[in-house]
Structure formats: C-alpha cells, structure tokens
Design a protein around this ligand. Structure first.
Ligand code: PLP
Length: 458
C-alpha cells in the first residue's frame, strides 16, 4: 500500500512532456476505415469535393490513412496550454467506497469553460479555417458542448460562428445557449425556417424536437451557400478523432511516468471522438502487437448504434446532403427518445471505431439511463466532480467492472474517460431525483423500420 500511495491523486504532465503531435491510429490499422462516398455517384469523395464543405487542411487530415504522427501547430499547442494537460486522477475515494481491489483512474476533460473534451478539436478546426482566410464556420450542436467549444475557439481567433442547436436542447439548456452568445456565436434552434432543409423537415414532422442529423443538414446548407464559410463537425469524422488523440497521448504519458499498465479502457461513445482519442495510442500498441487492452465503448440503451445497429453505409444527416459514411448506424432518420445524455443521441458512429469494432478489437455495452444517473451521483458524492450525463455512461461501466473485481479479487487497472461536467444538465438530474426519469428502449420493430431506409450501396 505504501508503494501504491506514491501514485499521486492527480498525475499531471510537465510542459515539456506534452504531446507535440497528434497520433493517427489509421496508420496502424490493417483494415482502414471505409472511405466517405459521394451520395450521387457512390464513388469515394475526392479532396476537391470535400473542399466545398470542409477546410483544405482538415480534408487532408480526413483522407490521410498513412501518416502516424501529425504535428500540432504551435498556435494550437499554445491554446492547449490554457487548459491542458488535463489531470489523470486516481479515484482513490471511489475505490475505497466500492471496497474494490481494482485500481481506477479517470482522465478528466471538464476543466475548461466549455466543460468537455470538445475544445481539443474545436481549436484545431477553427485554426485551420482561420489559416485558410475564411470568414467563419457553421456547425450543429446537440447538448450544446460542441457549440460552446467552437464559440470559444472562434472568438479566440476572431472567426464568425453560426450554430444550429437541436431544438430540445435549445429549450432545455438556455444557459448553454447564453454561454455561446457570450463568445459571440449566433445560435438558431433546429429544425428552423432559415434553411431549405429545415423547412422541409418541419413540414414533414411538425413539432419535432430535432436531432443532430437535422441540425447537421442545416449547418451544411448554410456553409455551402455562403462564400467564406465552411462547415465543421464536432465528432464522428477521422480528423476529430485525430485531434482528440491528445487525450490518449497525455493519458499514456502520465501512466508511463508511473509504470502503470491499464487492463481496461472505458469511454462513452456518441459519435466516438473522446473514446477514439482516449484509446488511440493504446489501440496503436494493440494493432502493432506490442500490448493488449480490453477496450469498452458505452452507449445509451435508447440510442444503441454499436450494440443494435448495423455496419453499413448511411447518411450522416437527416437531410441527406452529407457524404455517406460506413459506420454502425441506426439509420439517419432515427430520432432517439429525448434521452438526457444529449451528446450521445447520434444515429451513427465514427468510421474508425466502427471498423475496429467490426474487427473485434473493442467491445460495446449499452446501459439504461437511470442506472447511469445512479452511477453519476455515486461518483459525485465521493470524487467531488459533478459529471456530465454522457460521461456517466463510462462511470457506470467502470463501477460495474470494479465490482466484478471485488467478487473475483482481481486487481485490474481500469482507466476511463470523464469527458465533462454536468452543471448545465441539472434538469436531467432533477428528473432523476424526482423519480421522473424513464429507461426508454427502442423496440426491434422500431429499429427495423429505420434500418429498412438505409441507402442501398453495392
Ligand atoms: C459530446 C460529448 C460526448 C460524446 O461525444 P463523442 O464524440 O462520442 O466523444 C461525451 N461527453 C461529453 C461531455 C460530450 O460533450
């Protein structure tokens, strides 16, 4: 135990130990993620086609399956210094409370005003847009974390920022909206009357609470119809996982400092960016045959892309204006129940993680909402941090695994991603405390109905 206690509660990195490059796990994948397809021709999207929607440098990163390390520009590293390194925390208090022999660590990404890991990619995407001489960017946001992160990054660099916010969140989370406006972004509830696709969706589904898929269609339409604007996306894409690898690289460097080898790495998965970033360097070792780790993606039972979706080409958005991506998907029309983990309500999953999952290199579990909030509360009471509902999916499975260790006596080392804080999610906590939260699970018939509408690709 005394030896043990030499591991501090929080492991930080020195400035000179910080990652200088992002790690591109695709370089080590034998089976590369499937390319994005042009929805018209069903041919792989070319750099030129993608360049109409995304910034040039980001297109290059999106298509680069070969370069293992991509240097982080100095300006981005300087911005990272404002809130990174994020701490890797040994959850001594949680271990004590659970009376488990497991050793639990969490990488905490909530220590910035946006309250989540999303700032890691927001600053990168805004930087490349600025560098290309653009006026501004458009995007969608679900729960609001991505929009907040992007607003912060854009205001830092002097870029205009237009955010389409899923209507249910716009109404439930007025504070998140005001944070975005504080950073100068314009925020529109989606679906809206401001775009063609928004008007079409409203006509077909009056009273809809919206979805990420709708909001993406609107943001893309505005980007391609306004000169000097491009669209940016907070998750799913290869480039986003690349930027988020800073989480995993820091985690690995911190663990290596104390010679700690994790047995298990757990993260919540919405579009897959935090999990993809957290596991990247570990997955790289696994792919190169240097080490082995058990890797678990956790998703809500109400939006079970990995555990009940199919691995197929699908649209990334409801309006079907985006390229097709091969991913685990529930169908682009799938509008999940208004689950309170807004950031996990996306019908698809990162193509990189989808390929890794299809190849049996990682597992997935779906958990019910109330159990997630029980875990969140248990965690908050002993570790002090009030977690985001999304992050609490990872907490739930970390606790489950620690309890299994208690039964078997195994001293496994568990690392999980604590992606953010839940201060803007108190309506959800309120529902939980008042016993008004339910565990909606879609039926097989419901899922089959959406699956039937998947595009037919060779
Ligand atoms: C957006 C978000 C997620 C889910 O997104 P991924 O791309 O799957 O990481 C998880 N946690 C928080 C706090 C978020 O804001």
């Amino acid at each position: 135990m005394s030896e043990e206690k030499k591991i501090p509660y929080k492991i930080y990195l020195e400035e000179n130990e910080m990652p200088q490059s992002w790690y591109n796990v695709r370089a080590d994948m034998k089976n590369k993620p499937a390319p994005l397809l042009n929805p018209g021709t069903l041919q792989p999207m070319t750099a030129e086609e993608l360049g109409g929607v995304f910034c040039e440098e980001l297109v290059r990163q999106e298509l680069d399956n070969e370069t293992p390390y991509i240097e982080i520009p100095q300006e981005i590293r300087d911005f990272y210094k404002m809130y990174r390194p994020s701490p890797l925390v040994r959850a001594y208090c949680l271990e004590e409370k659970l009376q488990t022999p497991a050793k639990i660590y969490y990488k905490f990404e909530g220590n910035n005003t946006s309250g989540s890991h999303k700032l890691n990619s927001a600053i990168a995407q805004a930087y490349y847009a600025k560098n290309q001489g653009l006026k501004g960017v458009t995007t969608e946001t679900g729960a609001g974390q991505w929009g907040t992160a992007l607003s912060m990054a854009c205001s830092y660099l002097g870029l205009d920022c237009k955010v389409y916010m899923v209507k249910v969140s716009y109404e439930q989370k007025p504070f998140r909206r005001e944070v975005m406006r504080t950073y100068g972004a314009s925020v529109v509830p989606s679906p809206s009357e401001t775009t063609q696709v928004g008007r079409k969706i409203l006509a077909e589904h009056p009273g809809t609470t919206g979805s990420l898929g709708c909001a993406i269609s609107e943001a893309v339409e505005v980007a391609v119809s306004n000169p000097g604007y491009r669209y940016v996306l907070g998750s799913v894409l290869n480039q986003v996982l690349l930027h988020q690898s800073v989480i995993g690289l820091e985690t690995k460097a911190a663990l290596d400092k104390y010679n700690i080898k994790p047995d298990m790495i757990i993260g919540c998965a919405g579009g897959g960016s935090n999990l993809g970033g957290l596991i990247s360097p570990f997955m790289g070792e696994k792919l190169r045959g240097e080490a082995d780790y058990q890797i678990i993606a956790v998703e809500p039972q109400s939006c079970p892309s990995f555990t009940r979706g199919v691995y197929a080409y699908d649209f990334c958005d409801t309006g079907m204006v985006c390229p097709l991506a091969k991913m685990y998907t529930l169908g682009c029309d799938f509008i999940p129940a208004p689950n309170h983990a807004g950031g996990l309500r996306y019908h698809g999953m990162s193509p990189v993680l989808s390929q890794l999952y299809a190849d049996g290199l990682m597992e997935a579990r779906a958990v019910p909402q109330t159990a997630v909030f029980e875990a969140a509360e248990q965690f908050a009471r002993v570790e002090g941090i009030l977690p985001a509902p999304e992050s609490s999916h990872a907490i739930k499975v970390a606790i489950d695994e620690a309890m299994k260790c208690k039964e078997t006596g195994e001293e496994k080392t568990i690392v999980f991603g604590l992606t953010g804080t839940g201060y803007f999610d108190m309506v959800a906590y309120e529902k939980f405390h008042d016993g008004k939260m339910d565990d909606y699970i879609p039926t097989d018939e419901e899922l089959a109905r959406f699956r039937a509408k998947l595009p037919k690709v060779g």
